[in-house]
Design a binder for this molecule. Sequence first.
Ligand SMILES: [Zn+2]
Length: 425
Amino acid sequence: MTRKLYQEDVYKKECESTVVEVQGAGTADDPYVLVLGETVFFPTGGGQPCDLGTIDGIPLTGVFEKDGMICHQLLPQGNPDLIPAPNWKDGSRVACVLDWNRRFEHMQRHCGEHILSGIFFRECGGVNRGFHMGSGYMTIDIDVPGITREDALRIETMTNEVIWANVPVTTRHYAHRSEAEKLPLRKALAIDEDITIVSVGDVDNPADCVACCGTHPSTSGQVGLLKILKLESYKGMTRVYFKAGKDALEDYQNKHRILAELNLKYSSDDNDLSEKMKVQEEKNKEIRQELYLMKNTLIGKAASEILNKYEAAEEQTDNTSVTTPGLLIREYPYFRANDLLSITKILTEKLTGSKPLIVLVSTRETLVILASSGKHDCGKIVKDNAHVWRGKGGGNAAGARVMFPSRDDLDCFIIFIKQAYHTTR
Ligand SMILES: [Zn+2]
């Protein structure tokens, strides 16, 4: 069995250790795994991620427990030719240095989870059935459905009160189940022997008391802060998202920054930000409505201009030599693709006699819309020709769109269209 120094002194940040076994070849596919006689590194387990740090200056990539032995996975990084290969063998002495900042944050977060779970148990009888500690938030699954926001806020305050009280966090070992069961445990024991019980606060009336092999600070005050983020229904339970310790402080700092930016933007303070955003939203809604009406008017006008011209031309074709053109090109500086599509929709519905190839250009989007209700296949025109001028798009026989990377490319495409399709009916 590896001697777990983190259980004897959770604040021990480095140690010398004896190599029990060396596995692996130090490559990416087959990294070194050192089995050590004693270690300061906590292995992944119980929902808590493993410690990291260095052994003989080489960074750890993982720590895990196997049959009571702690295994340390290492991978020399950078140029392996410049890094001397470690000369590890069974019995070698190695220097272990813990990444203390990472460990302490884990201790803060993990202990915060203890207190929060303990208070949920005390206040609503809910047992924590699942725990997740990710790189961002943590979650616990409390086996009571429908915990309200108000309940959660009350429990969050109580949890922070335990943190402020700076009560001791103690770890006790029990050889047999019968002794451990005398304590006010939050959760039934899963093992019968060699049990570690963690208590937060007064042993007779603890904020939390549960079996746990993780790492914890010696007092609750070191957790610093705990904040519940949200509640979610989960398999008949309530999933509670929260943050604790430095992670919670960083979250607060980030949210404060976002809030300060919004207050600057809306000339507000924290209290009237929401109201000022609502007022701005209303104004935006009105402006969007006005814009919609004005655009529709412009679209109608653009379509009428073309229709009037065609109707006049068609009246003349009955008794004169004047013919309607087979190609119609218009360019608009302010319309977008969707606006041009609205124009082509009106045109293809109303141009009953003449069936020209309609080509509408959006200057602001460097884009061309083609439409035809007659003899042209717009999709094919785009597919066969637009790529010559780096145009990207497509469509079907009745309509197609193509976007160009530059105005010059678009102009070349239009010149081509004029040459190829400028026929008369
Ligand atoms: Zn624990």
